[in-house]
Design a protein. Structure first.
Length: 330
């Protein structure tokens, strides 16, 4: 790990060490010293965005096995654009300036998933504190989708979210379910079944029904959508977010007033999903499962939230060796 602040570096290293099964995690604060502590086939390098250019150069030219994990308390957009061009950078962590280090659970999750890419994704309850409550929906029709969206706002407010945030989580639920119900299903020939008309009313087949979960532990609210198709791709995630951010920068407007229609408006949809929370997790088993999870921090003032850097993580499992994903929370 490369971190200029030695105290922060040691804190992050302890989390990485614990998550890796107590593997050695060398820490340096000088880029000139980094090469001396790296093995011939390093698995993972964590660093601040200030050293991203060096990390990208080493990943491209010296270490083909190296995955990258980057944190920043500044402009995330530049890191996301770099991730769009480098497939080994799929874990970008926004570091809230009021915290002493990047979120430990994010670091641990990234390390575990990168070191064991065939492992099943953690259940939603595993990513919240012990004692969390999980609410689940399986909407089959357009009407059931709308009821689920309404209930998400209701339960989010019951969990302590301000009214405007509860409404925003309802909007996020709608976006996630629209993608899972209209965009994900395909027929036996691999052709999209419903994406040609997202305004149509529909009733899904049993094997097409998505699952929506809301979880809260009193500190965070998490919203997760699961579909059984596994069609979301890494490029779609990072390209959609960066394109949406670019459109927002040009317009100077808020998220919900930015629409890039050059490729079906996907930039807006992915940006809305990304911007709705503090941390976005995307976990895909190709042709089998897509999990999209957004976390919102209940202790952060809504005004302050809009200025904080948000995280995004993309994980992909090998479908041939992975078992189907289904979570067991009630």
């Amino acid at each position: 790990m490369l971190e200029r602040n030695r105290v922060v570096g040691q804190r992050i290293a302890r989390v990485m060490c614990a998550a890796s099964g107590l593997m050695e995690v060398p820490v340096v604060d000088d880029p000139a010293e980094l090469h001396k502590v790296l093995s011939k086939r390093p698995l993972l390098l964590g660093c601040d965005a200030a050293d991203l250019d060096l990390a990208l150069e080493w990943a491209a030219e010296r270490y083909p096995t190296l995955n990258l994990m980057v944190w920043t308390s500044g402009n995330v957009a530049s890191v996301l654009r770099a991730a769009l061009g480098e497939a080994r950078l799929s874990n970008v962590m926004g570091w809230p300036t009021f915290e002493s280090m990047p979120r430990p659970w994010e670091i641990a999750l990234s390390v575990k998933r990168l070191l064991n890419p065939l492992a099943a994704p953690p259940r939603l309850s595993d990513m919240l504190s012990w004692g969390a409550t999980i609410v689940k929906w399986r909407p089959r029709s357009s009407d059931e989708r709308d009821r689920a969206v309404s209930e998400v706002s209701h339960w989010a407010e019951r969990a302590g979210a301000p009214t405007r945030i509860a409404e925003r989580l309802g909007e996020l639920a709608h976006e996630l379910l629209m993608n899972a119900m209209y965009g994900a299903p395909i027929d036996r020939r691999g052709r999209p079944r419903y994406s040609h008309d997202r305004k149509q009313s529909l009733t899904l087949e049993e094997n097409e029904i998505p699952t929506l979960r809301l979880g809260t532990d009193g500190e965070r609210i998490a919203l997760q959508a699961h579909d059984p198709f596994g069609r979301l791709r890494r490029h779609d995630v990072f390209e959609g977010i960066t394109r949406g951010l670019s459109a927002r920068e040009v317009s100077g407007g808020p998220d919900d007033q930015v629409l890039d229609t050059s490729r079906g408006g996907a930039g807006l949809g992915m940006l809305k999903i990304y911007s709705a929370g503090a941390v976005l997790l995307v976990d895909v088993t190709p042709r089998s499962s897509t999990l999209v999870t957004s976390f919102y921090d209940l202790d952060v003032n809504p005004r302050e939230f809009r200025s904080l850097p948000a995280s995004v993580h993309f994980f992909e499992r090998q479908a041939a060796l992975a078992e189907p994903v289904e979570q067991s929370e009630r």
